[in-house]
Design a protein around this ligand. Sequence first.
Ligand code: 6R9
Length: 635
Amino acid sequence: MSNYHIKHLEEYYQVYRKSVRNPEAFWEEIAEEHFVWRKKWDTVLSWDFKKPEVKWFEGAKLNITENCLDRHLPTRGDKTAILFEPNDPTEEAQHITYRQLHERVCRMANVLKENGINRGDRVCIYLPMVPELAVSVLACARIGAIHSVVFAGFSANALSTRINDSDCKMVITSDGSYRGAKTIDLKGIVDNALEDCPGVDTVLVAKRINSEIHMKEGRDKWLQPLLDAAYADFVAEIMDAEDPLFILYTSGSTGKPKGMVHTSAGYMVYTAYTFKNVFQYREEDVYWCTADIGWITGHSYIVYGPLANGATTVMFEGVPSYPDFGRFWEVVEKHKVNQFYTAPTAIRALAKENLDFVEKYDLSSLKVLGSVGEPINEEAWHWYNNNIGKKHSPIVDTWWQTETGGIMITPIPYVTPTTPTYATLPFIGIQPALMDENAQEIKGNQVDGRLCIKFPWPSMARTIWGNHDRYRDTYFSAYENKYFTGDGALRDAVGYYRITGRVDDVIIVSGHNLGTAPIEDSINEHPAVAESAIVGFPHDVKGNALYGYVILKEVGETRDRENLKKEINQQITEQIGPIAKLDKIQFVPGLPKTRSGKIMRRILRKIASKDTANLGDTSTLLNPEVVKEIMDNSL
Ligand code: 6R9
């Protein structure tokens, strides 16, 4: 029996050593013992980081939904698979058993097929956090279609870009969504987006808020009647190990979003194995990850990882502040949640509120607390530890990325002693490396550098949809034979890792990755704007907020500055989404640039965070005089 469930530190080190000494043998054993296959693999791993090309379990045949659903039916048919907690606390929660989920996924699979979706086709899912979202994801997987979930907070413009990039034929959406006290007209956003998407011929619409919406003849169909009429069984399509399972877009530092492609077998094995260990999941536990399924955290640790383990996974439609700031804790008490996984930005927001919101509730069911999305600052860590975990639930600070598919550096609760702000040790099978300025690996401890991974792991993204060159250039060209994460990290005296943040132009606002380029592009489209640069600056709730430096076209532009600021933010909201709005906008005469014309964001970042004591050498700039001017007028 392999070490599927690690229980103490010695065992971690022993299994870790085994996993890096002979990765193929290690992962083969895990795959063999804990999953169902229609056919076993011919080769466990083949890889070449130069091409780059990585294949796990080649030759194997499977369907991930047979692992997430069918195989549980004999033993867990009546166990709750998805526990749906609605936005409105007075609306009843839904306990969807494995048998019911299986049936719903099968019906949906039939609906997709009947509407012309076949193996390999791309389906865009733009839904709020309602059960139909998980059902749609799994139904795509069941028929071998590739799902592309787009977070339902994105604008029409962001949606159409993503639909077109991967040529989606269908969109699954809802009439609208609830978000706290507000409703959002999702279908209206889809209608706008589809004006630019000639490839979409069908839109399936789930009913959620019962709003009056326009249904386009011949294109739009209400989902529920189709589901009711559909056959309740569907034989899963047999997929190859390396067939794409899904595309998920993540912001890049330049250009358009990157459609990261994840494949079936390796992704399944790694997300399931990490889920079991990182949350120490036991059969009777109720697990809750507060992320949205529109992000990788939701894909891997609301849907696939938990379901592959036969777990009960909570799906929460609402927001932490509705009807009040006690909502998370109310839900923990109500469903006796054992593992709770959230983001530092949520913790910081809740930590600002009165402790009564926490103390009103019985949180004694909690055994493990998780954090993901950005570095968790010390203050938030302690608040989480003291008030939510009552100092006895370990915090797992899990570092990973859309690209990595699963958790990479993390404590294992009750196994790895934790230290605030440290993601601690590499997970089983993960081989990190820190690199210096000369692209050499820095060995030993008490060092810091750029974080790379030097050996493949099963759930790594295989390519960027439609642009393999960009995949190579972004992740495999900075350091030879290594995957470059884009993050900086330090390794302390005992070998623990602490992630220090992005070293590229991605800014993380409230746990969402925002590339500077698309936001700047959007600002620059404003008729009065000549050029702009945005940087992040520390914000006590969002982690980072956005500071925009904007050059107006006409020096003597007389229009009201406050109005211009509003218009710029309005433009960003429409094109990207409200998440990308700027907290501060400063109109400047110029931007500090290198002689090759690259904006020196380093300087702008320092000014935005009021850290101007040491701006470094500005003499090599093309226009050093502009720096003082910007500083004198900074906000
Ligand atoms: C899962 C997810 C990835 C980027 C990553 C890093 C930051 C995520 C972190 C963390 C410090 C953690 N990040 N978890 N930084 N500590 N525990 O968030 O994926 O949205 O692709 O973001 O988020 O900078 O490179 P994604």
